[in-house]
Design a protein around this ligand. Structure first.
Ligand SMILES: *Cc1c(COP(=O)(O)O)cnc(C)c1O
Length: 374
């Protein structure tokens, strides 16, 4: 279908992705590996197309959240190493082995299950050990009180048959806003690595930097970085942008096309719940995008879209499939409206919706076709 026939679409500029990849790569020391995070359908940009481009550009690793996301890439022919960041349920332990994935391991029990599955399959499986340095999510807790226990458990895992302990990593909880706590976490991580080294245990790939730390804390790059959001051209902390930012380019432009323009009389209410009432007669443009496309309903009477270079406020509630904006004198049926794009930043919409750009981008739903260029 031609783009001009689509109701709503997301233009994905793979040239911009390439630019962001090269820009980030240029910040890294020569030997530092690059893992591109393509979980959640590549933050809404389309996992397969993004993975193919990153693989072509020479990214060393890809990462997804779960087995199903990894399987989608493998069956489509992606051969690059793939790290599964999340835990794989014990009954599915054979999957990472069969799909030749690298599985994150954050506890002894799942490591044993993975080891057993690898032996059954007659093949080794790569693992990366997950360390909890202050996020309290997954992995071996390694603050001072738990350091010794963590070392014991990790050593026990590394001795299991069928496992190839290739990497070890941690995740920063506050790298976009707090340097001090990030360094507390980083120091815990380095202390753990030292203690493991004392036991003769070392890892080829030590990593901890997602986008924020990749951009802001070069000392944390170690053997590999793991950017997601920055690859897609956005800054985890929008205040970083332009300071001495490296000049990332947004990859997605979310567009819709004016489906109807109607002249609505003074006093009329607009959309569900009668939350907006027109003071005067007004031309209203009806846009075929709603919350089922990923346009947050919390943007009702708050967000805006850009048409003909003018920002137009969403009037009344966002419906499942539609929303309304003032059409002024000029807007016509068929005009393209930019929902997120350079003139209508997703960061601004995220702020109004009380969330982060990550959530808005990854919420662009399956109903919205992705159109690739570049
Ligand atoms: C999602 C994720 C990343 C990427 O984070 P960004 O802030 O998007 O760069 C890196 N590491 C882990 C463990 C993640 O879950």
């Amino acid at each position: 279908m031609e783009q001009h026939q689509k109701r709503t679409w997301a233009e994905i500029d793979l040239g911009a992705l390439e630019h962001n990849y090269r820009t980030l790569r240029a910040m890294l020391p020569q030997q530092c590996r690059f893992l591109g995070v393509v979980k959640a359908n590549a933050y809404g940009h389309g996992a397969l197309a993004v993975a193919r481009r990153l693989e072509g550009l020479g990214a060393d690793y890809l990462a997804v959240a779960c087995i199903d996301e990894a399987a989608e890439l493998r069956v489509s022919g992606i051969t690059a190493p793939i790290l599964v960041l999340g835990p794989t349920p014990i009954p599915l332990s054979a999957e990472p082995v069969r799909l030749r994935l690298t599985q994150t391991v954050g506890d002894l029990e799942s490591a044993k299950a993975l080891s057993a599955a690898a032996q059954t399959e007659g093949r080794k499986v790569k693992i990366h050990i997950k360390v909890d340095t202050g996020m309290s999510r997954l992995g071996f807790v390694c603050d001072e009180a738990h350091m010794a226990a963590a070392v014991e458990e990790i050593a026990a895992i590394c001795a299991l048959p069928g496992l190839e302990p290739e990497g070890i990593f941690t995740h920063f909880s506050d790298a976009d806003s707090c340097e001090d706590f990030t360094m507390v976490q980083f120091t815990r991580f380095l202390d753990l690595l030292e203690a493991l080294k004392g036991r003769g245990i070392t890892f080829a790939i030590r990593h901890c930097a997602a986008s924020s730390a990749t951009l802001k804390f070069p000392c944390t790059h170690l053997d590999m970085v793991r950017p997601g959001l920055a690859l897609y051209g956005h800054y985890p902390d929008p205040s970083c942008e332009g300071l001495d930012g490296p000049g990332l380019t947004p990859v997605m432009r979310l567009c819709t096309r004016v489906a109807a323009v109607r002249t609505v009389p003074a006093g009329a209410y607009v959309s569900y719940g009668r939350t907006a009432q027109l003071a005067e007669e007004q031309r209203l443009a009806v846009l075929p995008i709603g919350y089922a496309d990923g346009l947050f309903r919390t943007l009702s009477n708050r967000g805006a879209v850009s048409i003909r270079g003018v920002s137009r406020p969403i009037t009344g509630r966002v419906c499942m499939d539609l929303c309304m904006v003032p059409a002024g004198e000029d807007v016509q049926v068929g005009d393209v409206a930019t929902v997120y794009g350079p003139e209508q930043p997703v960061e601004a919409a995220a702020e109004l919706a009380g969330t982060v750009s990550y959530e808005l981008l990854s919420a662009v739903s399956r109903r919205v076709p992705r159109i690739y260029r570049g």
